[in-house]
Design a protein around this ligand. Sequence first.
Ligand SMILES: Nc1ncnc2c1ncn2[C@@H]1O[C@H](COP(=O)(O)OP(=O)(O)OP(=O)(O)O)[C@@H](O)[C@H]1O
Length: 363
Amino acid sequence: MTEREAPSGGFRALRMDGVSRRFGTTTALDRLDLTIEGGEFIALLGPSGCGKSTALNCLAGLLPLTGGGIWLDDERIDGLPPEKRGFGMVFQNYALFPHLTVRKNVGFGLAIRGVSRQETARRVDEALALVELTDQAHKLPGKLSGGQQQRVAIARAIVIRPRLVLMDEPLSNLDAKLRLQMRTEIRKLHQSLGLTTVYVTHDQEEALALADRVVVLRGGVVEQIGSPEEVYTYPRNTYVAGFMGYRNLLRLPVTARDGDKVTLADPGLRLTGTPQEEFTGDTAVAAIRPEDFTVGAVESNSIRLSVEVAEFHGREMAVEGVTESGRVIHFRVPDRLHPGEKIELGVPSPRVLIFSDNLPEPE
Ligand SMILES: Nc1ncnc2c1ncn2[C@@H]1O[C@H](COP(=O)(O)OP(=O)(O)OP(=O)(O)O)[C@@H](O)[C@H]1O
């Protein structure tokens, strides 16, 4: 097997064990337990301030831990300086040297590691070919597009044959089209090199598209770890559900419980759904994706509403409607609707996830 084919970059597992980081009285990361298998692509997902960059910087060695430890197989590495960890990093702002050509930028890490000129040239050529920048090698970064600059940054990270690649929101400075293109390129690169990767993002689509496993963070704490399918289909709570596109989180009175089904109702609305957790109490939260509604009731699931705003989105309309009791519902339908129109929607019970009522009070 050639080095390029080595799937794990040389380790079986990287273990973060109770990793914590405080800044004064702020706990940015609170006892993170995560084992990353060699070759895995992990996405750390959450909104601004949830601790994802802190987790990445602790892994990189840019931030000392205030608790816990990090292990690469049997070696404890959280005391090692960044350059001794053998990790490659790709940042949001590219962090390229503006006065060095693309070729020199990519070769920089090899030069400071004392790799011979001949070997450096060979590996830089190989990395540039992988990110399809061979013909831009002589240019300065300022002469390249944002996407090309980020490809230079990726080449610079992989040329050192890192044991782990750390990426901090690498696509967020790119426009929407380029972001999609680069996302596919990152996935392709991971498929061909098999480099273990930890990727920080606040974009759920990016996390689901790229990762083998997604770690959803809130306030420095892990809310859920799972495959994209798991976190998308079975979010553990309303926070993860909200992040996974369950745009309708409706707090409603419970009117019936029947085995593994719970019914919630309100004037103009009746929903029977599937509880995702044990709960007591007179109210519960129904989580429903806009795309799971259909026109017309489904069994006894029915929401009657009046259309407020309808946006044309190509294959479908994205619509906001209001029920008799003033609840706002977001849904998608294939045909054009107009403000003021009355419509009845339905949704299959398995697509109505019922959670205990732990939504924060509206401000
Ligand atoms: N150097 C620092 N000094 C003080 N507080 C910090 C520092 N770095 C981060 N924090 C705090 O720690 C928490 C987590 O920050 P972190 O940057 O890890 O979040 P994030 O999820 O990466 O957010 P973003 O996407 O905005 O970077 C925040 O409350 C933040 O204000």
